[in-house]
Design a binder for this molecule. Structure first.
Ligand SMILES: Cc1ncc(COP(=O)(O)O)c(C=O)c1O
Length: 258
């Protein structure tokens, strides 16, 4: 929570771990400036979820990897939101070809059953002997069996390919609605982690869209105050998407009428 950098999530849970520096996403110069041989690790999302659905520039992840190698720091990708097929690859880093040393994954890994996991390289894993990092529910057989089933299903090429097809439905639907209402300056994200960023005139109003959608029986999310977030089921049908956009259309009509 401290590394996430959002006070709303971490305040009140101190003392927080020290020596954590937060830097702007997609800014290699700022990172190069801040790193040294004393840097232990860089922890980041390979596509920012909570931070507003921000995709890394082509050279960014590669540059971060190079800086980590140069300073002998570990690269940790938080794939709690982006993992398990969400972006159309099993893990989002696979779009980039840049490999982390450690990857955290949770949420959809259990398809609703609570589980979190950390993946790492064989070299690093050797430092974690059985028992060095135990917890009451660590390795829980039920949760692990469910996660195994999730991995088997979601990693099927037709499921991952289906996510990419569905991304196109969402981009098309949002572009059409934007032609009508002109609320968004950018449709961004990857796979079924889609963000519609509000234009300057509508800054701070993402929640209004969420509430109006809720009144139409449509469940959305926000990513910060200025981005409406769409994270549907990876196997949502075309009919459901059409119905969702009809509801969003009604919600946006209400929001823009005010
Ligand atoms: C990107 C990201 N990382 C980490 C977490 C925390 O995950 P957990 O609740 O499994 O500790 C969340 C929770 O929402 C998240 O979105």
């Amino acid at each position: 929570m401290t590394v996430g950098g959002q006070a709303a999530y971490s305040d009140g849970f101190g003392p927080k771990p020290g020596h954590v520096t937060h830097l702007p996403y997609n800014d290699l110069d700022a990172l190069a400036e801040a790193m040294s041989s004393r840097t232990c690790a860089i922890m980041m999302e390979p596509l920012q979820g909570e931070g507003g659905i921000v995709t890394p520039d082509d050279e960014f992840l590669k540059g971060v990897r190079e800086l980590c190698d140069k300073h002998n720091a570990l690269l940790i990708f938080d794939e709690v939101q982006t993992g398990n097929g969400r972006t159309g690859e099993f893990y989002a880093y696979q779009h980039s070809g840049v490999e982390p040393d450690i990857l955290s994954t949770a949420k959809s890994l259990g398809g609703g059953i609570p589980i979190g996991a950390m993946l790492t390289t064989t070299e690093l894993a050797e430092h974690m002997k059985v028992g060095t990092h135990g917890s009451t529910y660590g390795g829980n057989p039920l949760a692990c069996a469910v996660a195994e089933a999730v991995i088997d299903e979601v990693s099927k090429p037709e499921v991952l390919e289906g996510v990419k097809i569905r991304e196109a439905w969402f981009r098309e639907g949002l572009t059409q609605l934007n032609e009508k209402y002109g609320l968004f300056k950018e449709i961004r994200g990857k796979g079924l982690l889609v963000g519609a960023a509000l234009n300057d005139e509508w800054q701070g109003r993402a929640r209004d869209v969420l509430i109006a959608s809720g009144e139409e029986g449509l469940l959305l999310l926000v990513a910060g105050a200025n981005v409406v977030r769409f994270t549907p089921s990876l196997v949502i049908t075309e009919e459901e998407v059409k119905e969702g956009f009809a509801r969003l259309d009604r919600a946006l009509a209400k929001v823009t009428a005010k």
